[in-house]
Design a protein around this ligand. Structure first.
Ligand SMILES: [Ca+2]
Ligand SMILES: [Ca+2]
Ligand SMILES: [Ca+2]
Ligand SMILES: [Zn+2]
Length: 300
């Protein structure tokens, strides 16, 4: 049997034995293979207990401009759209101030090192040196039916979900494609695997799904990788309104970086602790260290 045959057989077997995620408990240690032959476990997040904001008040911060391919259900390109880098007014003002200061500092540095290499002073993560990772968004038929603005909505969710990654780890998620997905499966695990089969293997670092399928019995679900995956890292999030969904998406992207959960009731404030997943946008020290250690898995 060739490797591909073995992989599909293993996947088929694992589909039989992988339990569906229940709402209450999202723990499973079953190891399976994704569609690209990477070893994975499946983990997720329960649905939010409180209703977050349904809509975004303002557009999410976009760290860099990008051109996005809009794809049909077969992955065929239908059109292109541009997402422009933005910053709110206060950030723009701060950036202007910084620029002024930089000029003075650079001038001084130049004199000091006699026209040799000028090293800029260390400061806020610079967008130009960020680790850029690419993202394909796939929205299922139920999600698209519920949201005529699904393209903008899902972009804003991903661009909010990456703000913590950019702030704390200088990782910028850049949206490269928006796909129309037809989701199938009897539970969240099966729907995740459906999305994996439909959209993995196209060269994106991350493939993130958004679903409103009635069978999706979780707030979000993701593959947890023990090492850099062969293909894209895959996760799916339930439609829970603007705020809850971007928190779930940040939690699931973190699973893609290999992160597990903090114990509930431990008081540890981290997006990987179910007690705080929908209320904070940062990680505890151990998880911060883990993201740093696994940062090289994605992007160039
Ligand atoms: Ca962002
Ligand atoms: Ca971004
Ligand atoms: Ca469906
Ligand atoms: Zn989780």
């Amino acid at each position: 049997m060739n490797i591909k045959g073995f992989a599909s057989l293993s996947l088929a077997l694992s589909l039989l034995i992988t339990p569906g995620l229940s709402d209450a408990s999202a723990t499973t240690t079953t190891t399976t293979l994704d569609s690209q032959g990477s070893q994975v476990t499946i983990d997720g997040i329960p649905k939010a207990k409180t209703e977050g904001k349904e809509k975004f008040d303002k557009p999410a911060k976009v760290e860099r401009s990008t051109v996005v391919d809009v794809l049909d259900e077969k992955g065929k390109k239908l059109s292109e759209k541009k997402i422009n880098k933005n910053a709110d007014k206060e950030e723009k003002k701060a950036a202007k101030e910084n620029k002024k200061n930089d000029k003075t500092t650079e001038g001084e540095l130049c004199l000091f090192c006699g026209g040799g290499g000028t090293e800029p002073p260390e400061e806020e993560p610079d967008a130009s040196t960020a680790k850029v990772v690419t993202v394909l968004i796939a929205a299922d038929e139920e999600y698209r039916a519920a949201h005529s603005d699904w393209q903008t909505l899902t972009q804003n969710i991903v661009e909010n979900a990456d703000n913590g990654f950019t702030r704390d780890h200088n990782i910028d998620f850049e949206i490269k494609a928006l796909g129309q997905w037809s989701s199938q499966g009897a539970n969240a695990s099966e729907i995740l695997q459906d999305m994996d089969r439909d959209w993995n293997g196209n060269g994106y670092d991350f493939v993130v799904g958004f679903t409103k399928d009635p069978n999706f019995n979780s707030g979000g679900i993701a593959y947890v990788y023990p090492s850099s995956p062969n293909g894209s890292a895959v996760s799916v999030n339930l439609d829970q309104g603007a705020t809850n969904t971007w928190h779930a998406a940040q939690h699931e992207f973190s699973h893609n970086y290999g992160l597990g959960h903090d114990a509930q009731g431990s008081g540890i404030k981290c997006i990987m602790n179910y007690d705080y997943s929908y209320s904070v946008d940062y990680w505890d020290q151990d998880h911060d260290d883990e993201i740093e250690a696994h940062k090289s898995w994605y992007g160039n």
